[in-house]
Design a binder for this molecule. Structure first.
Ligand SMILES: Cc1cc2nc3c(=O)[nH]c(=O)nc-3n(C[C@H](O)[C@H](O)[C@H](O)COP(=O)(O)OP(=O)(O)OC[C@H]3O[C@@H](n4cnc5c(N)ncnc54)[C@H](O)[C@@H]3O)c2cc1C
Length: 196
């Protein structure tokens, strides 16, 4: 929309998002930062003298907290070597992008040009309970691997695959891990998924 600017600048580090008290504290710090950034822009940025603050996020965004321990734990090494998986359900190319907990910097580690990594369905599944499918950021992966696949397009592809795994398991009355993977892949490809 002309005249509307989105500012993606605040940063809250060093707090544990699994602790509700620390999460509340992070929320308060984030809101305070939004006010400070807005005041700074009005005072110093050309064109912002009469700016009005329209909105801020309904709640603080968390890059990472817990992961499940799944049937396969995806690692940075898998991503670096674009390791092929027979049960690949999503692809990615986003680099390892670690927002340093000390707040000092963002460490980005890029993969070779045109490198495409794979995410196996086993990282969405756990040994117990057998009827659980996990999607998005909290799949089974190391911190470094998660710093790459956590971005929205890849999280969406993982979510789509999780939905297909769950639906096929219900239709076949089996646990998701017992599904013939060809059946899952066929359904994903029919839905337009990009797979190896
Ligand atoms: C500050 C920040 C900036 C980012 N910038 C970018 C960026 O520029 N580009 C990019 O690609 N990615 C970016 N990301 C990463 C990306 O947005 C997230 O990693 C991604 O959205 C994660 O998807 P998800 O499915 O795991 O979780 P979410 O998108 O958080 O989805 C989880 C959903 O579950 C819902 N939910 C939670 N509990 C319940 C419940 N009990 N019952 C029902 N529903 C529930 C939530 O409301 C939410 O809608 C950013 C993340 C952060 C925190």
């Amino acid at each position: 929309m002309p005249g509307v600017v989105i500012v993606n600048t605040s940063r809250v580090t060093g707090l544990d998002a699994t602790d509700p008290f620390q999460l509340s504290k992070a929320e308060m710090i984030g809101r305070r930062q939004c006010g400070q950034i807005f005041a700074f822009l009005r005072r110093h940025a050309v064109g912002f003298e009469k700016a009005v603050r329209m909105d801020s996020a309904p709640k603080i965004g968390v890059r990472e907290s817990r992961h499940v321990m799944g049937l396969y734990t995806l690692t940075a090494d898998d991503l670096f070597h674009a390791r092929p998986f027979e049960d690949a359900i999503a692809l990615g190319g986003y680099p390892i992008d670690i927002h340093s907990p000390d707040g000092a910097q963002t460490d980005s580690t890029h993969f070779p040009p045109d490198s495409i990594y794979q995410i196996p369905s086993r990282s969405l599944l756990v040994a117990e309970p057998t009827n659980l499918v996990v999607v998005g950021r909290c799949i089974s992966a190391t911190h470094e691997a998660a710093a790459a696949f956590r971005v929205t397009p890849i999280a969406m592809a993982i979510g789509q695959a999780g939905g297909v795994l769950a639906a096929e398991a219900v239709l076949g009355a089996v646990a998701p891990s017992q599904l013939p993977f060809g059946q899952v892949k066929k359904r994903l490809l029919a839905q337009g998924a990009r797979l190896p």
